[in-house]
Design a protein around this ligand. Structure first.
Ligand code: SF4
Ligand code: SF4
Length: 348
């Protein structure tokens, strides 16, 4: 039996690990449905997806028909900032998932002051979330974010029962204030990017690190049920981080340096309306998404990048001192090669 915890103030019992629905987008429908079924059969009861994840909601919807709905905890999310679109996404999500309610529904990617004003303001997504709870379509309100300042402000509104935020040993900002505040306010914490969003490949090390934090639920995206089996074996017999692990973590951090984007959004807005953090994560998108979806994502984002005037304002605002125009020049080359070859071997 997979260990469970009570998820913040929701009262729901969730397994110590959730299933993240991004990678099944790459699979055929029968394969994707099979993976979700097998993961549930292994005892995982917490399934996370999003309106924006291609046919992920649909595959999960087909898979969960074989199980008792009240034994599962389903969460999805919408990036819409306005009430009407948010409610449309929710209704489509419910149809695709073939369920009458979402246990938890998240406002997806509230990353800037502007996002927060839109979702919390008049006619914003929060009004939709409130209405959906009243109508019984959603049980618990939540949001996801990459920006610690905004995440903190959103939690302090007192309107949310769950948050999804990145956390792993290279991106551990959440440890300072976000996780302690979530615990203090009894807000459930879904840990986004437990494997560093594709940057880290040692699942044992990642999960031994995360299991030190008792009240969080890592949400790894898995493409094969064997990957979840491996994760479950680590979390079911957790061992503390060894001295060797600590040395390895230090080495990996040093190797990666600070040349990767944390998606905190501090560099926005850009005078040329470039979506900076999206342009910096294309490698991770290529790794995790099917070819067509990766192209759909990266083409508009990278096209816009060419408007960069190299004014340098974003570099000044970036707390990690990333040389942004330089990084996406490299990403442009990766994208061009990927477009031609369709291979992730571009990473060398
Ligand atoms: S350097 Fe380019 S991306 Fe950065 S703020 Fe200026 S125009 Fe925007
Ligand atoms: S470029 Fe820097 S400031 Fe902008 S999102 Fe990435 S890490 Fe944050």
């Amino acid at each position: 039996m997979v260990e469970r915890i009570t998820f913040g103030g929701t009262g729901i019992e969730v397994t110590r690990v959730a299933f993240g629905g991004i990678p099944i987008m790459r699979l055929s429908k029968p394969e994707g449905v099979k993976v979700v079924r097998e993961v549930i059969e292994m005892g995982v009861n917490f399934i996370d997806t999003a309106y924006a994840y291609g046919d992920s909601e649909e595959k999960i919807g087909a898979a969960i028909q074989d199980f008792s709905r009240d034994k599962l905890v389903i969460t999805s999310k919408s990036m819409a900032k306005d009430k009407d679109t948010f409610l449309q996404h929710l209704d489509i999500g419910l149809q695709r998932l073939r369920t009458e309610y979402m246990d938890i529904y998240q406002m997806h990617g509230v990353n800037s002051e502007e996002d927060m004003e839109k979702v919390m303001g008049r006619g914003g997504a929060m009004e939709g979330l409130r209405q959906a709870i009243k109508n019984g379509k959603v049980r618990h309100p939540a949001f996801s974010s990459h920006n610690p300042i905004i995440a903190k402000k959103m939690m302090l509104t007192g309107k949310f029962q769950a948050i999804q935020f990145p956390f792993n040993f290279i991106d551990n900002e959440a440890q300072k204030e976000i996780i302690p505040l979530a615990n203090e306010m009894n807000i459930g914490f879904i840990c986004m990017k437990p494997l560093g969003g594709g940057l880290l490949d040692d699942a044992g090390l990642c999960f031994r690190y995360l299991m030190q934090f008792k009240d969080i639920v890592p949400d790894p995206g898995v493409e094969k049920s064997d990957e979840m089996k491996q994760i479950l074996s680590i979390i079911q017999s957790p061992s503390p981080l060894s001295e060797q692990d600590k040395v390895r973590i230090k080495g990996i951090k040093k190797e990666l340096g600070d040349s990767w984007c944390h998606r905190c959004g501090y560099c926005q807005p850009c005078s040329q309306a470039i979506q900076i953090s999206l342009a910096l994560i294309v490698k991770s998108v290529i790794k995790r998404m099917p070819y067509e979806s990766a192209l759909d994502f990266m083409e508009p984002v990278m096209k816009n990048v060419k408007d960069c005037t190299e004014c340098g304002e974003c570099i000044e605002k970036c707390p990690y001192n990333l040389n942004i125009p330089d990084l996406w020049q490299k990403n442009l080359a990766v994208c061009e090669k990927y477009k031609k070859t369709g291979k992730t071997s571009v990473f060398g």
